[in-house]
Design a protein around this ligand. Structure first.
Ligand code: MN
Length: 253
């Protein structure tokens, strides 16, 4: 089995190293990742300048671009083989509910799906990604290996990725896998107002809102109860149950 691995925390991130190391037990792993952190870059592609992949001493490719750039580049010209599966992560911090719209980790998996590949996004869910050690990522990577070992038994519709969040708990306290729908977050925290060294106002975007829908069946609930949440994602944002109302309204516009 051949794997392409990417992330949004950058080529030096411990979550990336742990994931690559674990997948090597299943096959050949190629890593193409941003040269520095690109969290919350969503599906951005870099169009205004060329991208220059540089292979590191450990064989990982570092790209001066976004997560989606890395996967796009890897699958459309950089690599001379077709990976069987693309895995993105392991992200430092949860990608639950509405986070998935901003997440570079999820975007790398989505970019792979746009290019016809099976893909999985993996995140370590805890307190804003602080204080994770390599062991936490290694424990999460073992669970990713279990999912992939069982992949052939999964019937997944085309154009679907899996978004996986692993609770930041000792392995023995993780209660298992649970399929989950996305929950929702409430309004983000206020921006932090700063003054720069020259006395001008500046603002720093704050942290995401608290879960607003963390009810039964959500990914937030699964994580809070100690389960690995597994959510199939699609990219069709159409609100299908509003099509008729809008059509009726348009008749008189
Ligand atoms: Mn990240």
């Amino acid at each position: 089995m051949r794997f392409l691995v990417s992330n949004d925390d950058g080529v030096l991130a411990p979550g990336l190293a742990a994931l690559a190391e674990a997948l090597e037990t299943l096959g050949q792993v190629t890593v193409v990742a941003p040269d520095s952190e690109r969290s919350a870059f969503s599906n951005a592609l870099t169009l205004d300048r060329p991208l220059r992949p540089v292979q590191q001493g450990n064989g990982f490719w570092a790209v001066n671009g976004t997560p989606a750039d890395c996967v796009h580049l890897a699958l459309n010209g950089l690599l001379d083989f077709e990976p069987d599966i693309v895995v993105s992560g392991i992200n430092a911090g949860a990608n639950l509910g509405d986070d998935t719209l901003y997440s570079g980790t999820v975007a790398a998996a989505l970019e792979a799906r746009f290019l016809g590949k099976t893909s999985i996004a993996v995140s370590l869910a805890g307190a804003h990604g602080r204080g994770y050690g390599i062991d936490a990522y290694r424990a999460a990577a073992v669970l990713v290996v279990r999912l992939i070992e069982n992949w052939r038994h999964l019937q997944l519709p085309n154009r679907t990725i899996l978004n996986v969040n692993v609770p930041d708990l000792p392995p023995e306290d993780i209660r298992g896998f649970r399929v989950a729908r996305l929950g929702h977050r409430g309004r983000a925290k206020d921006v932090l107002k700063l003054e720069d060294p020259r006395g001008r106002s500046a603002y720093w975007i704050g942290i995401a809102g608290e879960p607003a829908d963390a009810g039964e069946g959500t990914d937030f609930r699964a994580i809070s109860e100690g389960y690995v949440s597994v959510t199939p994602l699609q990219t069709d944002l159409t609100r299908h149950d509003a099509l008729q109302d809008v059509a009726r309204w348009l008749k008189d516009v």
